[in-house]
Design a protein around this ligand. Structure first.
Ligand SMILES: Nc1nc(=O)c2c([nH]1)NC[C@@H]1CN(c3ccc(C(=O)N[C@@H](CCC(=O)O)C(=O)O)cc3)CN21
Ligand SMILES: CC(C)C(=O)C(=O)O
Ligand SMILES: [Mg+2]
Length: 282
C-alpha cells in the first residue's frame, strides 16, 4: 500500500496521481483491481449513493459505515475519508474525536476536510495527533448554501490570490495533500507550483499533480447530469438497464429460470415423496 510520503515522492518525480472515490465493497474492490493510487470515500456519496441533493445531510456514522465497506474491498489501497458537514468546526477535541472514529472504526488512512484559514487550527491539531489530513479548497460543496450553488471559484485575480494564500496556509498547518475543486486551470498551476504537497484536481485542469473523479461519474452510473469537468469513461447504466429489462422479460415469458438454474431431487427420493408416481412429477 502507498503511504503519505509516497504521494509526495510521486509529485517530486513528476508522476501523476490517480485518485477515485468509492463508497462500498464492490466499487472499492474494482478501484483497487484497476490500480488507482488512492481511494476517497467522498461525502458525495450523499448525492450519488443516497440521493440527497447536496452533501450536507451526510452524517459521521454514515461516513464510517461506508468507509468500513470500502476498506474491506480495498485493504491494500490508501483510503481517505471525508469528514462530513460541521464535524470539524467546533472544539478541536470534538474534531479529533470525530477524525479518530473515522480511522479507528472506519479503518481509513487519512481524513479530508473542506476549507482554509477557518479550519487551519483543526488541520494542525489533527496532524499533531498523528492523523494525516487532506485539505480541500476551491468549490467546497459543504458550503453550497453560502456559495450559492456549485460554481467555479477563484476566477478573479483577487479571489485567486486569496485561494493561493489559503493553499500555502493549509500546507504549513500540516496537510499532506490538497484537493482543488472547480477552479480555473491557470490558478491550479500556480497552486501546484507554490506547494510541495501534491495538488489533486477535480475541475481544475491538467496542471495538477493528480486527478480525482466521482466513481459514478467515471463509469456512468445513475447520474443524470454531469458537471463540465467529468469525462464518462464508461456507460454501465445502459448495460445495467439492458440486463434488468431482459430479466423482467424472461420472468414474464417463463423462460427464466431454466433447468440449469434449478435444483433437483434424486429419483429414489422422488419415489418416496410421490409413492411411485415420481417419474411424471419430476
Ligand atoms: N456526481 C457528482 N460528481 C461530483 O463531482 C460531485 C458530486 N456529485 N457531488 C458533490 C460535489 C458537487 N460537485 C459539483 C456539482 C456540480 C457542479 C457544476 O455543475 N458546475 C457547473 C459550473 C458552473 C460555473 O460556475 O461555470 C458546471 O456547469 O460544470 C460542479 C461540482 C462536485 N461533487
Ligand atoms: C469531489 C471530491 C473531491 C469529494 O470531496 C467527494 O467526492 O466528496
Ligand atoms: Mg467531498
Amino acid at each position: 500500500m502507498k503511504r503519505t510520503t509516497d504521494f509526495l515522492q510521486m509529485k517530486q518525480n513528476g508522476e501523476k496521481i490517480a485518485m477515485l472515490t468509492a463508497y462500498d465493497y464492490p466499487s472499492a474492490k474494482l478501484a483497487q483491481r484497476a490500480g488507482v493510487d488512492l481511494i476517497l470515500v467522498g461525502d458525495s456519496l450523499g448525492m450519488v449513493v443516497l440521493g440527497y441533493d447536496s452533501t450536507v445531510p451526510v452524517t459521521l456514522d454514515e461516513m464510517i459505515h461506508h468507509t468500513k465497506a470500502v476498506k474491506r474491498g480495498a485493504p491494500d489501497t490508501f483510503v481517505v475519508t471525508d469528514m462530513p458537514f460541521a464535524t470539524y468546526h467546533g472544539e478541536k477535541g470534538d474534531t479529533l474525536r470525530n477524525a479518530a472514529r473515522i480511522l479507528q472504526e472506519g479503518g481509513a488512512d487519512a481524513v479530508k476536510l473542506e476549507g482554509g484559514g477557518e479550519v487551519a487550527d483543526h488541520i494542525a491539531a489533527l496532524t499533531r495527533a498523528g492523523i494525516p489530513v487532506v485539505a480541500h479548497l476551491g468549490l467546497t460543496p459543504q458550503s453550497v448554501g453560502v456559495l450559492g450553488g456549485y460554481k467555479v471559484q477563484g476566477k478573479t485575480a483577487a479571489e485567486a490570490e486569496r485561494l493561493l494564500a489559503e493553499a500555502k496556509r493549509v500546507e504549513e498547518k500540516g496537510a499532506f495533500m490538497l484537493v482543488l475543486e472547480c477552479v480555473p486551470k491557470q490558478l491550479a498551476k500556480l497552486v501546484r507550483e507554490a506547494l510541495a504537497i501534491p495538488v489533486i484536481g477535480i475541475g481544475a485542469g491538467a496542471e495538477c499533480d493528480g486527478q480525482v473523479l466521482v466513481y459514478h461519474d467515471l463509469i456512468g452510473y445513475g447520474v443524470d447530469r454531469y458537471p463540465k469537468f467529468v469525462k464518462p469513461f464508461a456507460d454501465v447504466q445502459t448495460e445495467i438497464v439492458k440486463g434488468i429489462r431482459q430479466y423482467v422479460a424472461e420472468v414474464r415469458a417463463g423462460s427464466f429460470p431454466a433447468d440449469e438454474h434449478s435444483y433437483s431431487m434424486k429419483d429414489e427420493e422422488l419415489i418416496l415423496l410421490y409413492g411411485g408416481h415420481g417419474d411424471e412429477n419430476r
